[in-house]
Design a binder for this molecule. Structure first.
Ligand SMILES: Nc1ncnc2c1ncn2[C@@H]1O[C@H](COP(=O)(O)OP(=O)(O)O)[C@@H](O)[C@H]1O
Ligand SMILES: [Mg+2]
Length: 254
């Protein structure tokens, strides 16, 4: 049986997962701040617009305007896609705005209801959902992470979404704010960064993708103005190369 796969729109990435993300999957996109999670998600959303999918992008850490501006730097016209009824950006940052597509409380039930409402407006058919990020919904209650993630998956699975759930990592501990998304995820894409010879380098690795014989290597990525994210190729870095310095580890252990 052939698996239907959705292209991510990121140059060089689909090849790592045999052509794309299987339709209907919930994929966790994890990594520290500044590793490229949002830019990856923007590509994924835009590819959906190009392929005629209904696209919903929930933003909790940046305003809708910020997402539109970031996309425009890579030649993607999100404002036009919204005008043409192909995309809805749900703004969960800019509170108290009397805007049909904002959510005022970082409440999972409100999130799910708003997403379903948006899907009804966009219409039937294959859809893409990005929640950037899920971590915002359990910042003050990390123990709920798993339960909330599960609730989102259980309610939304019948709406024909293929979903990216972004999860923020704490820099100091390299652990998520509550392991939640990973437990319910059909796939895990991990972004990383480190200094090499005084220069910031970014990497990506596919840690899990059900129904897929995926690439197992860490890959170097680049983000280029006017063009966006590209996967350049595998690197020889090992897991140990990302270990925290000993003094930081000692401080965390207390
Ligand atoms: N127009 C651009 N050209 C080149 N690099 C950019 C551009 N815009 C953003 N970036 C890079 O992308 C980074 C932000 O990536 P982002 O996807 O927002 O990270 P995350 O969501 O993981 O926190 C910036 O720190 C910068 O290095
Ligand atoms: Mg981000």
């Amino acid at each position: 049986m052939e698996v239907e796969r959705l292209s991510t729109g990121v140059e060089g990435f689909d090849e790592l997962i045999r052509g794309g993300i299987p339709r209907g999957f919930f994929v966790a996109v994890v990594g520290e701040p500044g590793t490229g999670k949002t830019i990856f998600s923007i590509h994924y959303a835009w590819k959906g617009v190009e392929e005629g999918d209904k696209v919903i992008y929930v933003t909790t850490e940046e305003s809708r305007e910020s997402i539109i501006r970031q996309a425009s730097m890579f030649g993607m016209d999100f404002a036009r896609a919204m005008d043409r009824g192909k995309m809805i950006i749900i703004d969960a940052l800019t509170r108290g705005k009397s805007d049909e597509w904002s959510i005022n409380n970082l409440d999972v039930e409100e999130l799910v209801n708003k997403v379903i409402e948006a899907k009804k407006v966009l219409g039937y058919g294959r859809a893409r959902l990005v929640v950037d990020s899920m971590s915002a919904f359990w910042l003050d209650k990390p123990a709920m992470a798993r339960k909330y993630s599960y609730a989102v998956k259980r309610v939304l699975y019948k709406w024909d979404f293929t979903t990216l759930l972004i999860s923020q990592y704490a820099i100091t501990t390299q652990s998520a704010f509550g392991w939640g998304v990973e437990h319910v995820a059909d796939g895990i894409i991990r972004f990383r960064r480190r200094l090499r010879n005084g220069e910031l380098r970014r990497y990506v690795i596919v840690e899990k993708m059900r129904h897929t014989q995926h690439d197992m290597r860490l890959h170097v990525i680049d983000i280029i103005d006017g063009r966006g994210m590209i996967v350049k190729g595998p690197t020889r870095l090992r897991r140990e190369d990302f270990a925290l310095p000993e003094d930081v580890k000692r401080r965390i252990r207390g």
